[in-house]
Design a protein around this ligand. Sequence first.
Ligand code: GLA
Length: 445
Amino acid sequence: MGNQTMQSAPVQYLDALSSEDGASRAIELFRDTFGAEPDGVWSAPGRVNLIGEHTDYNAGLCLPIALPHRTFVALSARGDDTVRLVSSIGDGGVTTVDLGGLAARGVHGWAAYPAGVAWALRENGFDGVRGFDAAFVSCVPVGGGLSSSAAMTCSTALALDDVYGLGFGNSDEGRVTLIGAAMKAENDMAGASTGGLDQNASMRCTPGHAILLDCRPELDAFHSVTQQPFDLEALGLELLVLDTQAAHQLNDGQYETRRGMCEDAARLLGVKNIRVVADEISHSVGLDRAVTASGGICAHDFENVVESADAALAEVLGRLSDETMKRRVRHVVTEIWRVPQFVAAFSAGDVKMAGELFNASHDSLAADYEVTVPELDVAVDTARRNGAYGARMTGGGFGGSIIALVDKGQGRRVAQSIADGFAAHGFRAPRALAAVASDSARREA
Ligand code: GLA
């Protein structure tokens, strides 16, 4: 081929199922499998995190939007403790779980997620929750780092809340209780150590907004989330999401190792979490005062403030001896700082700055946090070289998806250039999605 650019097949776009389609397919699968009508249909979305990666379990900040891509569940309550599950993604077979006497890690495979939600609710004291029959239909790509797991646990949690009359689904505060059960299902039943970003996004986002999620455990529902307008149209932009199709797994120990090292670092630094380090420095050098969501980035000497913050961080890192640990902490602290900067830049219409923050986030995840893989780096690099204002991996990493901020109408071209680059590298063909900020979990029928 010499120096010729390799042309690949047209990049595949993953369309979202409409509410009507998703609901009727879930009902049909339910009927075909269980020979009855479901009590109702509920759905929950996947997410992309705009910025603030690997910060949630460090009590930090994140900025996710809900995708239009959702998981639909047709579900009926049962009078006993049996759970029967079927999914359009599987082989059509029914998985049965007995909730009676079930213990953590007692279910394997995908059934651990929905069955785990009922188990978690009961463990959390909601004894009225019994078994259920459920049929899942989803257009959230599995393993794409777009929270297909949270879409499943959150749709189940909302459905169980409804059919068992718990009454949490109708308020933001109540939803925080359901998020707790969804997280417990993922952590303790499925063994996937997730930190809350995905479930909060799936349960609390609103159309046209990103949520600024503050993960400090001491915050109540009212203070942990603020809705931030995220209107790409108004800025003439498009957010390309590209699933690299590189295998993505959170339960192979890498995520746990990162998390454990952050906790160790906090202990060594004598703070309850790394967020404290980020906030103390930010406050002492005036970074927090320079960056406000309403006023944009307002210090005329912003660069100097950032330099002082970096210098103060270097001093703190000097108290740690392990070089890897230093880099991990540097990622978390600088990433927490980038979140309000992105909010300020975006709300001021400063697309260039917003893009630079995407780039800085990715570079930090690649070099300091070491959670990228070649597919993610190539995708990001190609997007940047083809006109993206900025591009970064989104989600946990080790595979999964990237996001790129591009001019409206340019997403398909950029996606295709990445697909061509992937073909040249011998990678699997990626798949693209168009992202608009969508709605959280809801009842569909
Ligand atoms: C995964 C986890 C989240 C979060 C991200 C990284 O998606 O489930 O809790 O930690 O990785 O930001």
